[in-house]
Design a protein around this ligand. Structure first.
Ligand SMILES: [Zn+2]
Length: 177
């Protein structure tokens, strides 16, 4: 299926991992690639969505917070409010273009890689990086409650500089009906 052929506005958003993304030659017109990505997810490519989509998706896999993206938009001279950035990130997430990664308290990062994988969270510099899914095996998961199944298991390995050499692991188990 060609990305550029998907002009149909009416079709339903598809799951993030099925959204075609031109892998062959990422340098070939990233603007139209961002536009196609929004349309494929069922989102109209408004100026604001294009500006934020460009910042998010034109640089490979990224983990950004709303505040980081807001700062980037300011630096790129895009006059967007923080509320607009939050709303757009929420819309992108609901459309399957981003995955939310909650690391501590209210702090949420938005991940442009929506495939299942795990994360390091560096508490010193508050950055999130990927752990490839195949590098972690989770044993001894509980049975899901009656009528539920385990939809995904997400591991966050928290890092801090090695003085005390402590590594704490937080596990988030998603249950879906
Ligand atoms: Zn990630």
């Amino acid at each position: 299926m060609s990305v550029l052929a998907s002009k149909d506005q009416d079709h339903k958003p598809v799951a993030g991992d099925h959204i075609p993304w031109p892998q062959k030659n990422p340098s070939s017109c990233p603007i139209s690639a961002v536009k196609a990505r929004l349309r494929t997810a069922g989102l109209r490519p408004t100026r604001q969505r294009m500006a934020l989509g460009w910042l998010l998706f034109a640089k490979g896999d990224r983990h950004v917070s709303a505040e980081m993206l807001y700062e980037e938009a300011l630096r790129a001279r895009e006059p967007l409010s923080l509320a607009t950035v939050y709303n757009t990130l929420r819309q992108f997430s609901e459309a399957g273009l981003l995955r939310q990664v909650s690391v501590s308290g209210p702090k949420t990062f938005f991940d442009t890689n929506v495939s299942e994988h795990h994360h390091f969270y560096n508490e010193d510099d508050e950055t999130v990086t990927d752990i490839p899914g195949s590098m972690i095996q989770v044993a001894g998961l509980p049975d899901a409650p009656e009528g539920m199944m385990i939809a995904s298991v997400e591991v966050i390995v928290r890092l801090r500089s090695a003085d005390g050499e402590e590594i704490e692991t937080k596990r988030v188990v998603g249950h879906h009906a």
